[in-house]
Design a protein around this ligand. Sequence first.
Ligand SMILES: C[S@@+](CC[C@H](N)C(=O)[O-])C[C@H]1O[C@@H](n2cnc3c(N)ncnc32)[C@H](O)[C@@H]1O
Length: 389
Amino acid sequence: LAVEIKFARDPNWDFQGEDTQYLTHNFHPFPGKFIPQIPKKLMEEMLPNGGRVLDPFCGSGTTLVEAKLLGNPSAGVDINPLFILISKVKTTPIADEELDSLEQWAKGLTELAASLYYDRLDGRESGTIVEFQERPELERWFTVTARKELAFLKNQISKLRSRKLKNFCEVCLSSILVRVSLQDSDTRYARIERKLKPLQTVQLFQKKLDDMINRMKEFSEKAAAVDVKLLCQDTRSLARSTQLGLESFDLVVTSPPYVNAYDYHKYHRQRMNWLDIDASRVRRLEIGGHDRYTRKNADSTTYFSDLAESFSGVRRLMRPGARCCVVIGDGIVGGREIPTHKTLVETLMKTKFDFEAGVVRKVDTQSKYFRQGARIQHEYILVLRKPNS
Ligand SMILES: C[S@@+](CC[C@H](N)C(=O)[O-])C[C@H]1O[C@@H](n2cnc3c(N)ncnc32)[C@H](O)[C@@H]1O
């Protein structure tokens, strides 16, 4: 390689102690999301006024929320329908009157649930709900009390007439799901004892919805009227698709899955079950997952070829001269540390990107996700460019 791949440590990118949960950013738990300050700063520095930005692994939509606040049209791609739903809700403004009516609806929920508690809350109203809550997997992961109340909430949400408000409430339901399940946490897939009082699940939902409504009011006031396109697709297939427009993006800001760090399909599985999302497709197509790379003889070759395929598709969508910023951390595969940041630069250079700069930033090691991701203390921001010709 003719170009030297150098990384500089830059504390300006650490953002230690800053609020990372403002506005809609805290709508839904998402271990491994990047802090909003990173895409914000990258867009402020590299995106022309009104320029289009793409996040081809958009996850919970951090880049897209920030683009909407800065006034730039954006697009996001992710393989997981749950994450597309979360991104959509976080970036879709809602009028105050609609939010006020939702607030009223939510106020009535506890009373309604209480009045139904001893007879109809088990869903006898609707055969499908009874059937749903009796699925063996749900019996394993939820107490009867939680199952009844979740079925009740699901049923109430299904009766809302506005698709926008339905989506909003589904994200709210999904956000409290792990807390009312027997799964330990969003970063530990182990079954634990958890006692829930009657109506606790409904009240948690109500409290979360109230908070989301207030945040959405503020977000809707600040967000610009720019488009956010969402595509639930395997990023590798961008190499064959023109849906988002060839050579139409002025900047790419993304954080691909880290190798062997997290199985999104597994940790979010119960959420997908309740929202009727098929987890098997996500499981099959997810890049970098723990399941595949944690085995003893695993090697990282396929991880890098998957990313090469993804980014060569992304490149087609970028304007000549546009930059591609990638946030990535190193990982451990087959017991060996993998310098993902360097290998990824080499991979992207082979995919016809020019390397411009590399920044090292300190990550918040208090975060469980990163402790589990073993020894990860730093992550890297790679800046590459699609050449002009
Ligand atoms: C590190 S997360 C991105 C988090 C995001 N930056 C945020 O702030 O929420 C990586 C994402 O890549 C997605 N992903 C994994 N394999 C994929 C594939 N083959 N195609 C598209 N997305 C994929 C995962 O579903 C996950 O949402």
